[in-house]
Design a protein around this ligand. Structure first.
Ligand code: FEO
Length: 165
């Protein structure tokens, strides 16, 4: 049976993961509207991953006899000044999520909640990948700068993203 403190903290993280999906869907809509279909695809795949993250925690709470309480999600922004600015915001968001996951691991340790700690271990590794993926796109777009042709090629490349990338 999961403890109340951990249950509450994991419910908060379900909200954060759903909120991440919401943010990336907003970015997908922004890119699609601007005609950047490859970047829109990248963000859509990312949003789907975030939903999977939320469900991982959702299932963990339920499997341990806890209660899942879904919370209200804040509306994400709708627009960004440039593709680079959007990916910079995505990278910053992932750093924020990493910090939250690390604090959850610390809480699991303090509570001596070994199952939660083991479940969160997956997220610790995943966040290394999440930050790396976002940063790589930031670096790519920084290199491209204001070169329109380069941006078109970058968009094409980002449109190739598979589910596990
Ligand atoms: Fe669920 Fe992108 O962290």
């Amino acid at each position: 049976m999961i403890g109340k403190k951990m249950e509450e903290a994991l419910n908060d993280q379900v909200r954060e993961e759903l909120s991440s999906a919401y943010l990336y869907l907003a970015m997908a809509a922004y890119f699609a509207h601007e005609g950047w279909d490859g970047m829109a695809h990248w963000m859509r795949v990312q949003a789907e991953e975030e939903l999977e993250h939320a469900l991982r925690i959702f299932d963990h709470v339920l499997e341990r006899g806890g209660r899942v309480t879904l919370q209200a999600l804040p509306a994400p922004e709708e627009t960004w000044p440039s593709p680079l600015a959007a990916f910079q915001a995505a990278y910053k968001h992932e750093q924020h999520i990493t910090g939250r996951i690390h604090r959850l691991v610390e809480l699991a340790r303090a509570e001596k909640d070994l199952p939660a700690e083991a479940m969160l271990g997956w997220f610790v590794t995943e966040q290394v990948e999440e930050e790396d993926h976002a940063l790589k796109v930031v670096q790519l777009l920084e290199r491209v700068g204001g070169d329109g042709r380069g941006l078109v090629l970058a968009d094409r490349e980002l449109g190739q993203r598979g589910k596990e990338d």
